[in-house]
Design a binder for this molecule. Structure first.
Ligand SMILES: NC(=O)c1ccc[n+]([C@@H]2O[C@H](COP(=O)([O-])OP(=O)(O)OC[C@H]3O[C@@H](n4cnc5c(N)ncnc54)[C@H](OP(=O)(O)O)[C@@H]3O)[C@@H](O)[C@H]2O)c1
Length: 241
């Protein structure tokens, strides 16, 4: 079976994607950088899932990561570029350090992971970028985060066209508010969660598993003629005026 590589696959959406693809017969490799979440992933994911410490901000980590996946499994496809962070800050308080803290994992790291993966992927493979509806909607405090993720959307048409001769499909998947450890990292309280839910037409957060289903579809042969598209999975969020 093909071997899927999922950046940021130790928790949340990436972790659910790893579990779903593994259940569907893929060999799976996931990355993360936090020692605690790496250890939990190693103990909780199936034994044959390769859990690799690789910091998406650090180019030599990416250099080492990509050959490690086909060396372990013999192949690399699909590639899910999912690792990312969000630390809200009003635009007036953005510093060079907080700018880089978003740009490095959310954009630069994804670019170079993709670049390093390309020579290792067979023609006809699939690349899925996790973006998020927040990249095209206004949210105070999310300026740099939106730009750092939205940059992936800006790359999408050029990537899809550039890789079409190899029949490598490149698509984005944009979740709305998803119930993952990210909400805890943001310090969202119970009343904050209630307020967020009330803004969602489906009146609930989406689950990581629901997002993972979209990634699995984009990775599969069922999406074999789909490239350069951003699939929104958001329970109706973002549709209103
Ligand atoms: N949850 C939402 O509502 C939502 C909505 C739209 C878009 N998204 C996007 O979806 C993606 C996954 O988010 P999530 O909600 O599943 O959040 P999460 O649970 O916080 O997962 C983030 C993953 O990215 C990894 N990661 C972060 N920085 C990294 C780095 N420098 N190098 C390698 N791995 C790194 C984390 O690993 P460590 O723990 O090791 O850092 C973790 O595995 C993110 O890009 C996020 O922006 C989420």
């Amino acid at each position: 079976m093909p071997a899927a590589a999922i950046s940021g696959g130790t928790t949340g959406i990436g972790r659910a994607t790893a579990e779903l693809l593994h259940a569907r017969g893929y060999q799976v490799a996931v990355t993360g950088q936090n020692p605690g979440s790496l250890a939990r992933a190693r103990s909780e994911l199936p034994d044959d899932v390769l859990v690799v410490r690789s910091d998406g901000r650090v180019l030599c980590d990416t250099d080492a990561l990509m050959p490690a996946v086909p060396a372990h499994f013999g192949s690399l496809d699909p590639l899910s570029l999912n690792a990312g962070i969000f630390r809200p800050a009003p635009v007036a308080e953005v510093t060079e350090a907080s700018f880089d803290a978003h740009a490095d994992p959310n954009f630069k790291g994804q670019c170079f992971t993709l670049e390093k993966a390309l020579p290792l992927m067979n023609d006809g493979g699939s690349i899925v970028l996790t973006v998020g509806i927040g990249s095209l909607r206004g949210t105070p405090g999310a300026t740099v985060r939106a730009a750092s993720r939205g940059a992936l959307l800006a790359m999408l048409p050029s990537l899809a066209l550039g890789l079409a001769p190899r029949r490598i499909r490149v698509n984005a998947m944009s979740p709305g508010a998803t119930d993952t450890p990210l909400l805890d990292k943001l310090g969202v309280t119970e009343s904050g969660r209630d307020a967020m839910r009330s803004e969602i037409p489906f009146e609930r957060f989406e689950s990581s598993q629901e997002v993972a289903e979209a990634v699995a579809f984009l990775a599969s042969d069922a999406a074999g003629y789909l490239t350069g598209q951003d699939i929104t999975v958001a329970g109706g969020s973002g549709l209103g005026a």
